[in-house]
Design a protein around this ligand. Structure first.
Ligand SMILES: Nc1nc2c(ncn2[C@@H]2O[C@H](COP(=O)(O)OP(=O)(O)OP(=O)(O)O)[C@@H](O)[C@H]2O)c(=O)[nH]1
Ligand SMILES: [Mg+2]
Length: 302
């Protein structure tokens, strides 16, 4: 039997459920998920197996109208992910339908989709009635000629198997791209930083998550089998530092505990996690911050 392998880029508006679907397909949490928009900042590759096929899911940042440098770098990373993929899957939220944002993505697909295979996945079908779904599917297929349409719930799992089997059968024949047991293509220190950023995002109010970034500064393997991990949280203002720390350090303590527990589960061993907060008013304009995130600083040029 011959093997198949290739890249499947998941694109869509912020919050469409791209990371949720990536994790479901991989069967492990490789990409962070929150209820807030613009959670994913760079391309995260998650590796899934289906029969003789290895499907490399490329989870991308949401596509939106970029205003700041970070926005532009994120959007460039998302379209870049689509351009490099064997198959593009556009994810649209069932209950939101064809928003202005979706319209803009459809326009972008006219160019990026040329000569590429593009499928549609209407997500969050658990939130709407079937009549709504059929009408939305028809309307979207009028606007763009998708090769296939899937109705899914990335969170609950409906339709995910169908989509996975289809992708597995459609990828090009060829040897697998990663070892059989690899589930993500992202350095462990970056995965660990993302876990902390997720916990921070879940705890802090709306605007702040965008204003911070997390970097793993040191990773030390200890003789007893545990790891010591030191991370820096960069914020832009003094006031933000206070918010991240919380009253009597309560917030950062809770974040640290939650992130450590997740990291321990992922690694299957003990972790000592140390978090620090630094005010860095200009971090959004520092190229080193972008390379740490896995983004190209130059992509953010206006
Ligand atoms: N009800 C429902 N919620 C979902 C489903 N899929 C994802 N969600 C929720 O939608 C929110 C956003 O999910 P993410 O996976 O982070 O979305 P994303 O597209 O990666 O978002 P960005 O990284 O910001 O671009 C989270 O609260 C998920 O739990 C679904 O099928 N049904
Ligand atoms: Mg995401």
């Amino acid at each position: 039997m011959s093997t198949r392998a290739g890249f499947v880029a998941l694109i869509g508006e912020p919050n469409a459920g791209k990371s949720t679907l990536t994790n479901r397909m991989v069967g492990a949490k490789v990409s962070i998920v929150t209820h807030k928009v613009q959670t994913t900042r760079a391309r995260i590759r998650g590796v899934a197996l289906e029969g003789e096929s290895q499907i490399v899911f490329v989870d991308t940042p949401g596509l939106f109208r970029p205003r700041r440098r970070l926005d532009r770098a994120m959007v460039a990373a998302a379209w870049g992910g689509a351009a490099d993929a064997d198959i593009i899957v556009l994810m649209v939220e069932a209950h939101r339908g064809i928003t202005d944002g979706v319209e803009t993505i459809l326009e972008g697909l006219e160019e990026i989709g040329q000569g590429r295979r593009v499928a549609l996945a209407i997500n969050k079908i658990d939130k709407v009635k079937s009549e709504v779904l059929l009408a939305l599917s028809e309307e979207l297929n009028k606007r763009y000629s998708f090769e296939r349409t899937f109705m899914i719930s990335a969170e609950k799992g409906h339709g995910a198997k169908d989509l996975k089997e289809w992708l597995a059968a459609e990828l090009p024949e060829g040897p697998w791209l990663y070892p059989e047991d690899q589930i993500a293509d992202l350095p462990m220190r970056m995965i660990a930083a993302e876990m902390t950023r997720e916990k921070l995002t879940l705890r802090l109010h709306q605007e702040l998550p965008y204003q911070l970034t997390v970097e793993t500064e040191a990773w030390e393997e200890r003789k007893d089998g545990s790891a010591r991990v030191d991370q820096m949280i960069y914020v832009m203002r003094d006031g933000h530092k206070g918010i991240v720390l919380g009253k009597k350090g309560e917030t950062i303590k809770a974040v640290s505990k939650a992130a450590r527990e997740e990291l321990e589960e992922f690694l299957g061993r003990r972790v000592h996690l140390f978090l620090q907060v630094k005010v860095r008013p200009n971090w959004l304009e520092e190229s080193e911050r972008y390379s740490e995130m896995g983004l190209d600083f130059k992509d953010g040029n206006a």
